[in-house]
Design a protein around this ligand. Structure first.
Ligand code: FAD
Length: 940
């Protein structure tokens, strides 16, 4: 490593917290990945939290001449969010926002996701206009810096159009807020040369009619190739020009610390139609006419795109019978009023009338119906990517043509993809803007394949640029991927203007060099990331990063995407024998950063286009580390065999802890707990429950005519009672029994309950065989107790019930929320209180789609139910929260302020261990929802 980098790292350790400076090989490599198909491994990864820290980072990098790249969500596709020098991650800790003028404008930090912005605005009937398909995951910094767009924002409402002002830090560390008069004045004094340079460049452009017209022509359609030149023509004020030059600059001009953007009204009345036309040219001709009509979006799906989804669940049968060449247009129209919407539909029907359609169609304002059509659209990418040959990369290209060329150019593009042998290559995209994506499943592991891609790209450039003067990148950014072609697309004069801008902002070229401008004509086929097969469960991963919003350790240890990246590298090094020492070190580091801190909850699968559950990878790795016969496995086996004895020991420990808690109090428990945890023992917190043992015959049993339920209190609820601060004195299993009796239910307990377990404990530790034996034992007991499945079975812990459902199909199994909503609500009278309560949806409830039911049930009990925002998996992960409480603390970092703001005194959930973590980090007791229902009901 060069001396300057070592010096830089030393300086960074002085100005940033220890955890914010990452130099170990595992995490450097993990952060070397974005969604594109390139890989660069940074020497240093930094996680600043404040502007002052970014200023210091920039000053030091500038002084030492070290290149630096900013990173938001890392979902970029063109190789622009990676670095082999310094990577500065400005994501999770930069997610603030401020509403201005009742939400007409919004000030946004760069790390807030588009999804979150829209959640905030939805309550105000507004939305954020830029709408990339990656909106749920991508962050404002990346959206603005790529000038990302999607189906509806086109060029009329992209970041360039909705940006009001920007707060930026230049390469020399200077802060400028273009919306703040004081900041402008200070900048005029400190940096007159930049302002003069911009004014002069603008004057030159305006004086050069040919260049001015070229700029206006290029931005008549979506274009993100090169730097954004439009501000030079569109604005006069140099500060406005500076702010807008940042849009689409891919981090090569300055750091964006905050942007103020206008928002738009979210029109309430919407209708869509799926129209099938006879050919791609015919569809494009229809688009040319629709462009003049009242449409919000027109998406085109070519025949292969339609074919790619025809076997997916829920797809209409007629997809399979469409003729060759048939092409779909998915059209959306929106209005503020119902009558206006109907008039718009009439206009659109008239426009579509003359075109050759292969199926009847009709506009529908019924969301259930039109969501199915949009599901076809959003299913294309995962379908094509999911079917790709193992080890190949799924490339998404992104070109745009002027409307007048659309039919011809699109047909030629389609023929070209076929000619190059990409037989599964599909074309789809934002036809209304002339913007198409084509997906190629490309392997880069032989020179022939690299050559095939290179040759195709040459021909794409010839078609898009030389023949039709379109855009090589319409929304995904230039990156390294199109850097060799910027000059060819724009011509010398415009290219020179772009270079001048870069020179003005970043004279030392330290900001993301190699992106947009790159002197290597082959940079687009270098540094291609290897994708070796590592585990069938994750081999389809395209490293897009969409999983990360649901990975609780993203930004803390590794994310689910990064775990896959690391396993791929470990496999590659194991197979090649290239660097045995490096391999050993990666494996060592993976133990904590990858394995120990993976909650294994599988929520990552819910936002992964390929539905990959990285938790399964974690279980496989743990299984490989604990093979049958190993010490770990034998210990697991022994616990399984003597489970009731183990529970007795646990009860003793809890009793001891409870007694000590009474003596030393909460703060004593925290101090001692932290001390013993520092020695590697599980964390003891004041939220740890007291010991408990269920006495199954204690409660009065109603008459035998009453309905029956088999109640299996999970092993955790058979062992753990209430926590010291619980507002309810009764342990859950007794409370559940009481509630069932109140509703007139007869409760049957399975025999041998004391030694039973659903198996989750072993499954999460990578011992599936032992886990399955425990489940089988439980199934037999439940089968008998339920009289061969005659009675429903209830388990009081949602994670346990989830596993039981996965493994046991012979009986009807319920967790409390479902059971109460299905069987008890009509047997109980609810009296709703005004006491505010919080509810927490466990991961397994999310996976069983029970979140709305939990909210419904809580709302029967309280008029004020808070579902804390941005709190997903609690991170307790079974018993992992005792050993790695830092995961739990990180996952719940946004909980406590929301509880305090809403003055909530008690939270409710559905999993005892999650509740321990929630109580510890939320600073209020969390208990089962069963308590709330019991408190708010009387018998009918
Ligand atoms: C499956 C898939 C679908 C996609 N669909 C679309 C689509 O429909 N439309 C579209 O436009 N894009 C799409 N993308 C590409 C990408 O998701 C978007 O461009 C997105 O806006 C990038 O945001 P990000 O937060 O991931 O940014 P990153 O990838 O982290 O960064 C993007 C660029 O911004 C720079 N940057 C980030 N933050 C800052 C900052 N604070 N200051 C300075 N520079 C910064 C980075 O250096 C980088 O050059 C898609 C990607 C995938 C994987």
């Amino acid at each position: 490593m060069q001396e300057n980098m070592l010096l830089f790292q030393h300086k960074m350790r002085q100005i940033l917290p220890k955890s914010a400076v990452v130099t170990d090989p595992l995490r450097r490599l993990a952060w070397g990945t974005d969604a594109g198909f390139y890989r660069l491994v940074p020497e240093t990864v930094l996680f600043p939290e404040k502007e002052e820290e970014v200023t210091e980072i920039l000053k030091s990098a500038c002084e030492l001449g070290l290149p630096l790249t900013f990173r938001a969500a890392g979902t970029s596709l063109s190789g622009q969010a990676i670095s082999d020098s310094i990577l500065v991650v400005v994501a999770h800790k930069w997610d603030g926002y401020r509403l201005i003028d009742g939400g007409e404008q919004i000030a946004l930090q760069p790390g807030i996701t588009g999804k979150r912005v829209n959640e905030v605005l939805r309550a105000l009937g507004r939305r954020f206009a830029p709408d990339p398909a990656s909106m749920d995951s991508s962050m404002i910094g990346g959206i603005i810096m790529n000038n990302a767009s999607g189906m509806s924002c086109g060029i009329h409402a992209n970041s360039d159009k909705v940006l009001v002002s920007a707060r930026i830090i230049l390469a020399d560390g200077t802060l400028l807020d273009t919306g703040d008069p004081d900041s402008r004045r200070a900048f005029e004094v400190s940096h007159p040369h930049i302002l003069d340079g911009i004014k002069q460049l603008r004057a030159e452009v305006l004086a050069n009619e040919e260049l001015k017209q070229r700029i206006l022509f290029k931005y008549r359609i979506k274009n993100v190739t090169g730097l954004n030149l439009l501000p030079l023509v569109a604005f006069e004020d140099p500060f406005e020009i500076m702010a807008h030059l940042l849009v689409g600059s891919e981090g090569i001009l300055a750091f964006l610390s905050e942007a103020i953007m206008t928002t738009e009204v979210d029109m309430p009345h919407k209708a869509s139609a799926m129209v099938y036309l006879s050919s791609i040219e015919e569809a494009c001709r229809a688009v040319q006419c629709l462009k003049q009509g009242p449409v919000a979006a027109v998406e085109l799906l070519d025949r292969k795109a339609l074919k790619s989804v025809e076997d997916r669940a829920g797809m209409p049968a007629y997809l399979k019978t469409l003729p060759e060449g048939a092409t779909a247009l998915l059209i959306e129209t929106k209005a503020m009023e119902e009558e206006v919407l109907q008039r718009q539909i009439e206009v659109l029907n008239q426009i579509l009338e003359p075109f050759d359609k292969v199926e009847p169609y009709a506009f529908s304002a019924n969301a259930d119906e039109y969501k199915g059509w949009w599901a076809i659209r959003s299913g294309i990418f995962p379908s094509v990517g999911g079917m790709r040959p193992p080890g190949s990369t799924c490339l998404i290209e992104d070109v745009a043509f002027h409307m007048e060329h659309l039919p011809q150019a699109t047909a030629e593009l389609q023929a070209m993809i076929e000619r190059y042998g990409y037989h599964d290559g599909v074309i789809y995209g934002h036809a209304l803007e002339g913007n198409f994506h084509f997906i190629l499943n490309q392997s880069f592991d032989t020179p022939e394949e690299v050559f095939r891609y290179e040759a195709l790209m040459e021909e794409v450039v010839a078609l898009v640029v030389d023949k039709y003067d379109g855009s090589l990148k319409a929304e995904h950014g230039t990156g390294r991927n199109m850097a060799p072609y910027v000059l060819r697309e724009w011509g010398g004069q415009a290219f020179a203007a772009m270079k001048q801008i870069k020179e003005l902002f970043d004279p030392k070229n330290i900001l993301n060099p190699g992106v947009i401008f790159n002197q290597d004509p082959l940079c687009h086929i270098k540094y291609i990331k290897p994708l070796p097969l590592t585990d069938p469960h994750v081999d389809k991963c395209i490293e897009c990063g969409f999983c990360e919003i649901n990975c609780l350790t993203s930004g803390f240890s590794l994310s689910s995407r990064q775990r896959i990246v690391m396993q791929r590298e470990i496999t590659r090094l194991s197979q090649s024998g290239e660097d045995p020492e490096g391999l050993k070190e990666l494996k060592r580091l993976y133990r904590y950063w990858g394995d120990a801190t993976c909650a294994g909850d599988g929520l990552c699968a819910t936002s992964c286009p390929m539905e990959i559950n990285t938790g399964q990878l974690a279980h496989h790795i743990r299984e490989a580390n604990n093979p049958p016969g190993s010490i770990g496995w034998r210990a697991g086996q022994s616990v399984a065999k003597h489970f009731s004895g183990v529970k007795s020991v646990l009860r003793l420990a809890l009793t001891g802890a409870g007694m000590a808690h009474s003596v030393i109090g909460d703060s004593g428990v925290r101090t001692v707990g932290n001390m013993i945890h520092a020695f590697g023992l599980p964390l003891w917190t004041p939220s740890l429950p007291k010991s408990y043992k269920k006495k199954t015959k204690s409660a009065p049993i109603p008459d035998d005519q009453s309905p029956a339920v088999v109640y299996f209190p999970s092993c955790i609820n058979q062992t753990m009672g209430i926590e010291k601060k619980s507002p309810y004195p009764t342990p859950l299993a007794d409370k559940m029994e009481g509630l069932l009796h109140k509703a007139g239910y007869r409760v049957i307990y399975p025999k041998g309950m004391e030694k039973m377990c659903c198996g989750t404990i072993w499954e999460s530790k990578g011992m599936p065989d032992i886990a399955d034996c425990k489940t089988a034992e439980l199934e037999a007991a439940l089968w008998e107790a339920s009289e061969d499945g005659r009675f429903p079975v209830l388990c009081d812990q949602s994670p346990c019930l989830y596993r039981m459902r996965q493994k046991i199909s012979s009986m009807k199994l319920y967790e409390p929320v479902e059971f109460i909503e299905t069987f008890l609500v009509n047997r109980l009278r609810f009296h709703t209180t005004d006491t505010p309560v919080a509810v927490h949806t466990t991961c397994t409830m999310t996976k069983m789609q029970l979140a709305p039911m939990l909210l419904k049930l809580a709302s029967r009990c309280s008029t004020q139910v808070l579902v804390p925002q941005e709190v997903g998996c609690c991170g307790f992960a079974g018993d992992r929260g005792f050993s790695y409480p830092e995961m739990n603390t990180y996952a719940l970092r946004k909980l406590r302020p929301q509880l305090e703001a809403a003055q909530i005194k008690t939270g409710y959930s559905n999993s005892r261990t999650c509740e321990i973590g929630l109580s510890t980090n939320g600073n209020i007791p969390y208990v089962s929802i069963v308590y709330l229902v019991d408190a708010c009901t009387v018998p009918m």
